[in-house]
Design a protein around this ligand. Structure first.
Ligand code: RIB
Length: 301
């Protein structure tokens, strides 16, 4: 499988609460983690057992070296990670005691992931059984690659995060589209009136081949034209939710690339995400497959 997407250095400070406008707050020591939705999703898929090639743009700086090193540790093929003359993408992250986060991203080198860059790598990613995309890369690149991949017979998993509207054609190639509740409502211009099942059905009516709506501690909803089902989550003590959605996406892609059903993929990915929120950071919190399998065993007994 392949991921075409973003890579960031995550600069994380734990704070007692989010600051108000004009307010200065004191927080914890600064910590640096490897992040970025694309890199996170690639790392999660590789740790879940998939062979993953990652295509991304980073700078020629120290943060890029850290990102490359963490991806190699996870087992990701980074031959498609290219240095450009922009600073490596950076995410400024505040984590509150409930494990919730607020994130501002400076995309930097991620802006260089344009259509020409993606097309130059098409010989590689079009060989994949599953291609993962998210919306932290330029939207015109994502929509172009999604259409081109589908035309070449590659299964497209699109994670519509951070939330943005998508064209009808892009929606029609998503198998699955993965969103949280907030992203689903933005895609559908829904002000809160639709239930989760109605959101899933409306996304199917909008043309997606299959859909997954992640619901955090409440689990996930998934389905296709044959019906919509739910999977419950695992109650855990939450330390940091940063990158939990990416852990879920990568694990789902791994399972789909391995030929598993959407239900099996969502069940596995729900466990991976639940494990990830118990540790600080994004990629630093992703479990290896053997640990997920062992953890699920303990939960089943
Ligand atoms: O989804 C979590 C990620 O969002 C972080 O790793 C940060 O880099 C931002 O891109």
């Amino acid at each position: 499988m392949a991921v075409v997407g973003s890579a960031n250095a995550d600069l994380v400070v734990e704070v007692p609460r989010r600051p108000d406008g004009g307010e200065t707050l004191l927080g914890s020591d600064l910590r640096l983690f490897a992040g970025g939705k694309g890199a996170n999703q690639a790392a999660s898929a590789a740790r879940s057992g998939a062979e993953v090639q990652f295509h991304a743009c980073v700078g020629a700086d120290e943060n890029a070296a850290i990102i490359r090193a963490r991806l190699l540790e996870a087992g990701v093929d980074i031959s498609g990670v290219t240095s450009v003359e922009r600073p490596t993408g950076t995410a400024l992250i505040l984590v509150t005691p409930d494990g919730e986060n607020s994130i501002v991203v400076s995309p930097g080198a991620n802006h260089a992931l344009d259509i020409a860059f993606a097309e130059a790598a098409a010989g590689d990613w079009s060989q994949a059984d599953v291609l993962v995309l998210n919306l932290e890369s330029p939207i015109e690149t994502v929509e172009h690659v999604a259409a081109a991949a589908a035309e070449r017979g590659v299964r497209v998993l699109l994670n519509a995060a951070p939330a943005q509207r998508l064209t009808a054609h892009t929606l029609s190639v998503c198998d699955p589209l993965v969103v949280n509740e907030h992203e689903a409502r933005i895609l559908l211009d829904d002000n809160g009136g639709s239930s989760f099942a109605e959101l899933a059905q409306r996304l199917l009516d909008a043309g997606v081949v299959s859909v997954i709506i992640t619901l955090g501690a409440a689990g996930a909803l998934f389905g296709d034209r044959s019906g919509i089902e739910t999977v419950s989550s695992h109650p855990v003590d939450v330390v940091d939710t940063t990158g939990a959605g990416d852990a879920f996406v990568g694990a789902t892609a791994c399972e789909l690339a391995g030929g598993r059903s959407l239900r099996d993929a969502v069940e596995f990915a729900t466990a991976v995400a639940a494990m990830s929120v118990q540790v600080m950071g994004a990629q630093s919190s992703y479990p290896d497959r053997r640990d997920v399998d062992a953890w699920r065993e303990t939960r089943a007994t």
